[in-house]
Design a protein around this ligand. Sequence first.
Ligand code: GNR
Ligand code: NI
Length: 167
Amino acid sequence: MALLPILRYPDPRLHKKAALVSRVDDSIRKLIMDMAETMYEAPGIGLAATQVDVHKRVIIIDVSEDKSALLALINPEILERSGEQVCEEGCLSVPGIYEKVTRSERVKVRALDPQGKSFTLEAEGLLAVCVQHEIDHLEGKVFVEHLSLLKQGRIKAKLAKQARITA
Ligand code: GNR
Ligand code: NI
């Protein structure tokens, strides 16, 4: 296993659209293992391959308290969505920034598992938020892009200042 470096907003590579995985093979399973180690170490509750500069449609999620419920979704697709919820979101690619985002309350998702088998997942609440947040990453979208341009500008300025301090 290996810890992977996480891209930081506003890195332009976070805006690349990820490609479909054509075959679920050992290289994809290794990517999932490395992403899991990286997510748990951070720590975070989700991670998209885009964030580790791999532009393939792979996401992982674990919203459990005790890191006991790792979900890996390959080529995830939202089939149905309903309702609305507002959740304070954070992102490992936008450290220290937490902002409210409105998303669907429930989503039904189809994906491939690490064996290449199709499955569906019905999610609500935080799990549904996380699924939508991670699929956005695969489309090249970071959660701050749901906010006003004024807020996006303030966040960019704050991150640039942090980067100068830590440099
Ligand atoms: O760790 C994370 N926490 C989180 C909290 C609220 C809504 C979404 C998330 S996902 C985030 C990890 C991450 O950046 N995934 O892309
Ligand atoms: Ni994120």
